[in-house]
Design a protein around this ligand. Structure first.
Ligand SMILES: Cc1cc2nc3c(=O)[nH]c(=O)nc-3n(C[C@H](O)[C@H](O)[C@H](O)COP(=O)(O)OP(=O)(O)OC[C@H]3O[C@@H](n4cnc5c(N)ncnc54)[C@H](O)[C@@H]3O)c2cc1C
Length: 485
């Protein structure tokens, strides 16, 4: 069979790859996308979407258990059918992945299901072989080679393992295993206090598991604003989740009826913890092996991430890389933006990944959302004096009236210029509120812009305006306590 030729080939159909392919299709570039496992990648299938579905269910379950505070009595305690929850969650995933498939096809993108590998480039372009793998659980045979003028590597990442903790999805599970459980483990150990571990740990704590978080660093969610994290730490404690910081997981043993984890505590002593499941969530590593990078001459760094510049170009002309594969903030929206930028570049338009901020959200209870700089980062970047304003959700009519008033909104600006440097929110709806800060930072706004913009009442979004007012010493709904640091 003659080799197929494309102007662009995208390897990996996650939130980086599929938007790139759709945009290329829209721009009339002859494009194929190759995916070995699931259209929609980690995010839609085993990441962002299914995790947010179970987080929503856990929140609802928890709220129902506390409905009597509002005078609502539920005849008996709410019960949970995990199998039914799984069915609902799978339905949500299928709706979205089906939609992506339709959009790819609708924009003229050829979908090829199989595992792609780069070969040594020929005179006629980049060569990619595709070995058909397991598609929708069924083996598919055959190999084919295609030729591409441009290649976008978007193969994403997978969970890190540590020696002695092989993920068997039985005793030792990763996030994918944790999202697929058809029962609630009585005791769950979460190794790693990053956002994935805490989000899932909280889900199971709400469903009734005794959860212990083991974190090697001095604090959980190390990259997020300290004050915001403090609120979540207090909530974890209230929920009965034990958080062991400065603690290293050393080994584990299967005792038949349980797993026993040995940890080294902060004081150097060892301790043992019993569990039914151990969730390993210590970060993710790039899918850069077995991709033919060496044959094609594509450079990677020490940790295996493909090296790409702000035009997402690798060191090989015509080969681009995006998403988790190139590291940085390993988030779906970062991957998507990069995918869209590359599509424009390949289509001959001027574009670059040139953003001032990438917002991040941790879907714990309460949520933490952040955009721009933390106070420490601002200082490190030479903003010698800062204006900081904090507004508590407890002073917000909307937060009180929906019985969800934990947390605050914090605005950070440069004291001399007023430039908005960072917005950090911990509280109900933080993830939905943060985009205002991202837009403001992208537009080069000053704190006063947030202060002067009328926010509708009563809404949670007023917290942003009120925090700006606090920073400027103009608050009317709390006592003025602007902080200069
Ligand atoms: C539990 C969990 C929750 C998360 N929650 C959030 C969240 O709330 N918000 C957020 O922004 N991010 C979240 N993330 C992170 C997010 O999922 C990733 O940042 C995002 O999926 C990265 O997109 P990507 O396109 O780079 O790669 P991926 O989504 O990893 O997609 C890569 C695709 O490439 C395919 N592939 C790999 N190698 C080959 C090959 N050789 N041939 C063909 N195909 C190949 C893979 O099968 C995969 O489908 C979460 C992740 C996890 C695990």
């Amino acid at each position: 069979m003659a080799e197929q030729r494309f102007d662009a080939v995208v390897i990996g159909a996650g939130p980086g790859g599929y938007p790139a392919a759709i945009r290329l299709g829209q721009l009339k570039v002859k494009t194929a996308i190759i995916e070995r496992e699931y259209i929609g990648g980690v995010c839609l299938n085993v990441g962002c979407i299914p995790s947010k579905a179970v987080i929503h269910a856990a929140k609802m379950f928890d709220k129902m258990g506390h409905a009597d505070e509002l005078g609502i009595s539920i005849a008996s305690k709410p019960t949970l059918d995990m199998k039914k929850l799984q069915t609902w969650k799978t339905g949500v995933v299928n709706k979205l992945t089906g939609g992506v498939r339709t959009l790819l096809k609708g924009n003229g993108v050829e979908i090829i299901e199989g595992t792609a590998k780069l070969e040594k480039p020929g005179a006629d372009g980049h060569r990619i072989t595709i070995a058909s793998g397991i598609i929708a659980g069924k083996p598919a045979g055959g190999t084919q080679t295609i030729i591409a003028k441009n290649v976008i590597l978007a193969t994403g990442s997978r969970p890190f393992e540590i020696p002695g903790f092989k993920i068997d999805q039985n005793r030792v599970i990763d996030s994918t295993g944790a999202l697929a459980l058809d029962h609630v483990p009585q005791r769950l150990i979460v190794i790693g206090g990053g956002y994935i571990g805490l989000e899932l740990g909280m889900v199971y704590a709400k469903f009734g598991s005794k959860v212990t978080v083991v974190e090697a660093l001095p604090r959980v969610l190390a990259s997020m604003d300290k004050d915001c994290v403090g609120v979540v730490e207090r909530k974890l404690k209230k929920m009965g989740v034990e958080v062991l910081t400065n603690t290293k997981a050393k080994s584990w043993e299967d005792k038949g009826d349980r797993a026993v984890l040995t940890v080294e505590l902060a004081d150097g002593k060892t301790a043992q913890i019993d569990a039914d499941k151990i969730l390993l969530s210590i970060g993710r590593r790039p899918n850069s092996e077995n991709l033919g990078l060496e044959a094609a001459g594509v450079a990677i760094d020490k940790r295996g991430f493909v090296i790409a510049d702000d035009h997402l170009r690798t060191n090989v002309a015509g080969i681009y890389a995006i998403g988790d594969l190139i590291g940085g903030m390993m988030l779906a929206h970062k991957a998507t933006k990069e995918g869209e930028v590359v599509a424009e570049i390949i289509a001959g338009h001027k574009a670059a990944f040139d953003v001032r901020t990438i917002p991040a959200v941790v879907f714990t209870d309460p949520e933490i959302a952040s955009t721009g700089l933390t106070e420490d980062e601002a200082k490190q970047k030479g903003h010698t004096e800062l204006k900081v304003g904090k507004f508590p959700f407890a002073a917000l009519g909307r937060a009180l009236s929906v019985n969800d008033s934990e947390g605050f909104c914090k605005v950070i600006g440069d004291a001399k210029t007023g430039e908005l440097l960072g917005l950090h929110i911990v509280g109900n709806g933080a993830g939905d509120l943060i985009s205002e800060g991202a837009l403001a930072i992208e537009m080069g706004a000053v704190i006063e812009d947030l202060r002067l913009t009328i926010h509708p009442h009563p809404t949670l979004s007023e917290a942003v305006m009120e925090a700006a007012a606090v920073a400027l010493g103009e608050a009317v709904h709390v006592m003025n306590q602007p902080v200069r640091r």
